[in-house]
Design a protein around this ligand. Structure first.
Ligand SMILES: Nc1ncnc2c1ncn2[C@@H]1O[C@H](COP(=O)(O)OP(=O)(O)OP(=O)(O)O)[C@@H](O)[C@H]1O
Length: 299
């Protein structure tokens, strides 16, 4: 289990991560999402043992992460700009990782290199950005880590490769109970693979929930009435967002589906529909609720 307890990380006087408590269960795929500068990469680097926190605890299976070589053998981190040694070929890079990871699987490396059609004798730096990222995934999957940490992992990958990579990640989680922490602004992708979500804003973890719980707690309601929307309904539902599209009112409401439906039915609408929200919509409305709202900027 990965844990952060009351963690504070500062850069000079700037607090990048403020009192964060975070838990990632073994075998889970945890999506860390948030506004720009929210502290996602900082949290990732704390969990990868690259940064040391000013306060609090960062542990994996109860052991402190920072400068813990034993833990680092079980953890693979792909940063948003994967690093490769200049002049190294894929084959040479693989040899390097083989010396770092006791769990390295040479057979799997060969199979993956073949499946991704990578020329292992070519210098990595001469590959395109997307290809370099594919090579980073090949290394990560061949290292067979217990924990895989990914910062904006699909950036620059084409849709076919994305699908291939996602399938391989899910396979490792299912077969070996690998744990994945992934940070991305691509919420569709996060929604696709993650079972737990953490939402960060200005260094604070606003929400940490199972994706299904998060989705079952916010709903999109479409209603229409003969004589307009009753004020008492708005008082009761206290929507995160309300707008009118023709004669139909669109409300974003927090709460349990059955309780919301009951309150609406009591007001006798002529049209009533209750729909789930996408993660992207949940993010936008939750952030709007704390004042980080969409503004149409025209200059
Ligand atoms: N090395 C550093 N030195 C000084 N300040 C830093 C450093 N790294 C991050 N910060 C600051 O810490 C805050 C969090 O940055 P971080 O990169 O973790 O955010 P993020 O959520 O990953 O952002 P983005 O989505 O824009 O990539 C920002 O205000 C950033 O300016």
């Amino acid at each position: 289990m990965i844990e952060m307890k009351n963690v504070i990380k500062k850069f000079d006087r700037h607090v990048a991560v403020e009192n964060v408590n975070l838990t990632i269960q073994k075998g889970s795929i945890y999506g860390l999402i948030g506004s720009n500068g929210a502290g996602k990469t900082t949290i990732i680097k704390l969990l990868a043992g690259i940064y040391r926190q000013e306060q609090g605890e960062v542990t994996i299976d109860g052991l402190p992460v920072f400068e813990n070589i034993h833990l680092k053998e079980k953890l693979f981190y792909i940063p948003d700009h994967p690093y490769v040694f200049p002049q190294y070929t894929t084959k040479q890079m693989a040899r390097f990782y083989r010396s770092c990871y006791p769990s390295w699987d040479e057979e799997r490396f060969k199979n993956l290199a073949q499946a991704f059609e990578v020329d292992v004798n070519k210098k990595i730096q001469s590959f395109s950005k997307g290809w370099q990222r594919q090579i980073a995934f090949i290394m990560a999957l061949a290292a067979k880590p217990d924990i895989l940490i990914l910062d904006e992992p699909m950036d620059g990958l084409d849709p076919v490769v994305r699908k291939k990579v996602k399938n391989l990640l899910i396979q490792d989680v299912a077969e070996r109970e690998m744990t994945i922490l992934v940070s991305s602004h691509n919420l569709r992708e996060i929604e696709d693979i993650c079972d737990h979500i953490g939402i960060l804003h200005k260094g604070t973890l606003l929400i940490e929930k199972e994706l299904d719980d998060l989705k079952s707690n916010v709903h999109k309601v479409q209603v229409a009435y003969k004589n307009g929307l009753p004020d008492r309904l708005l008082d009761k539902l206290k929507p995160l967002h309300a707008e009118k599209r023709g004669s139909v009112h669109l409300l974003i409401v927090r709460g349990e589906e059955a309780a919301i439906a009951k309150q609406i039915i009591e007001t006798h609408p002529v049209i009533f529909d209750l729909l789930p929200l996408t993660l992207e919509e949940i993010f936008i409305y939750e952030m709007g609720d704390i004042g980080y709202a969409i503004k149409n900027v025209v200059v």
